[in-house]
Design a protein around this ligand. Structure first.
Ligand SMILES: NC(=O)c1ccc[n+]([C@@H]2O[C@H](COP(=O)([O-])OP(=O)(O)OC[C@H]3O[C@@H](n4cnc5c(N)ncnc54)[C@H](O)[C@@H]3O)[C@@H](O)[C@H]2O)c1
Length: 357
């Protein structure tokens, strides 16, 4: 039985709780939040029994019944949270973005490696049923060698999201691609590799930023298709177009659009020398007489609501890594590669030249 600590009792934490509770080998033993009221409210709302509530992470982590922790605090706190958990030998799920600076990411990566604890960074879309299906088809050779992948993150993030008060600022959110577009960067890496258990490694990045939303106080809410005035503004560019060269020779394009006036979308294109995927539509030489797109009935990554995200599969994977003593394909060391693209893109906006990784 694994004792689980939930750190940060907000929106995404509720999904982590549900996933652990569905397992017979995990028990949530404690919840930590800077707000005692928020911790108590989550415990009451979910009907968690025999759970301690803390307001100090160091105290919560020191309890001997804590084996693993889900870090669900705002991203600017993840580094100090992870360093503390690793030093105490706890296994860690780290919500994305894993940190807000490259330096912090590398310190965290080195600390968890030195501590020998298991990590999973919450690039939860790797477990979305469409991505699972496409990865299997890539590994089975249905598309041949992928030479070009496109994944776009299109979501008008704003005040409808509780985490936005931190995420909208340069200091705590950094950029549209760090706050959330990193899901698309990571998915492009994942789908550019035919290795069933690995993402392609980015070697070079070129990117442009733009859009018109930065600094504006008029805000769209895609959840109910309304507009408000006097919203606290997003401090960074809302549009980023990022090109990646991968070590296997494939190219990828990621568009992060945090100012699209439309419902959330996460479009995927894979082009290989034997076939193509356009979201869940497939064309391949493996079906020599096909005369129309083959459409796979499955769950697409087409919602920004965390209740739609496959946290159960992610947490099952995390516990499996601990139990079987194996590293996750989505551990901190791998996730740093996706984050490095975010920071390389920022460098491109300043220097206007490609950045080698
Ligand atoms: N993987 C995904 O798809 C996904 C989805 C949503 C959010 N997230 C990430 O999860 C993180 C949390 O997002 P959220 O939407 O749940 O935000 P939220 O604001 O709903 O929850 C954050 C919680 O952390 C608490 N907190 C703040 N400072 C703290 C501190 N110093 N110590 C302890 N607790 C503290 C807050 O009181 C709040 O309860 C963010 O990094 C976000 O990017 C990831």
């Amino acid at each position: 039985m694994y004792g689980i600590l939930i750190n940060g009792a907000g929106w995404v934490a509720r999904q982590h709780c549900a996933a652990y509770r569905n397992r017979g080998d995990c028990r949530i033993v404690a919840v930590n939040d800077v707000s005692a009221e928020r911790a108590a409210a989550m415990v009451a709302e979910l009907g968690l029994d025999n759970v301690r509530c803390h307001t100090e992470l160091s105290q919560a982590l020191r309890q001997p019944d804590v084996d693993a922790v889900s870090i669900c605090t705002p991203q600017h706190l993840h580094c100090e949270n992870v360093l503390e958990a690793a030093a105490l030998g706890k296994h860690i799920v780290i919500e994305k973005p894993a940190a807000t600076t490259l330096n912090d990411l590398r310190r965290m990566r080195d600390a968890v490696a030195a501590a020998g604890v298991k990590t999973v960074v919450s690039f939860v879309l790797r477990w979305n049923p469409l991505l699972v299906t496409l990865k299997k088809m890539l590994a089975d050779g249905i598309f041949g060698t992928p030479y070009y992948v496109e994944v776009d993150y299109m979501s008008y993030n704003g005040s409808w999201w509780g985490g936005w008060k931190d995420a909208r600022t340069i200091e705590q959110g950094v950029s549209a691609s760090l706050v959330a577009g990193c899901h698309a960067i990571d998915a492009a890496r994942w789908l550019a590799s035919t290795d069933a258990n690995a993402a392609a490694l980015p070697t070079e990045v070129f990117a442009m930023a733009g859009g018109v939303r930065k600094g504006r106080t008029r805000e769209f809410n895609p959840m109910n298709n309304t507009w408000t005035d006097n919203a606290p503004p997003m401090e960074y560019d809302g549009l980023e177009v990022i090109l990646m060269e991968l070590a296997n020779g494939a190219k990828a394009k990621v568009c992060v659009n945090a100012e699209c006036v439309m419902p959330y979308r996460f479009p995927i294109r894979i082009f290989g020398d034997k076939g193509t995927a356009v979201d869940n539509k497939i064309w391949s030489e493996f079906f020599p007489k096909q005369n129309d797109w083959i459409e796979i009935p499955t769950i697409l990554p087409d919602s920004s609501n965390v209740s739609h995200h496959p946290f159960q599969a992610e947490i099952d994977h995390f516990i499996g890594c601990i139990t079987n003593n194996v590293e996750s394909h989505c551990n901190l060391a791998d996730a740093v590669r996706s984050h490095e693209v975010v920071f390389a893109a920022l460098e491109c906006y300043e220097k206007r030249v490609p950045v080698k990784l």
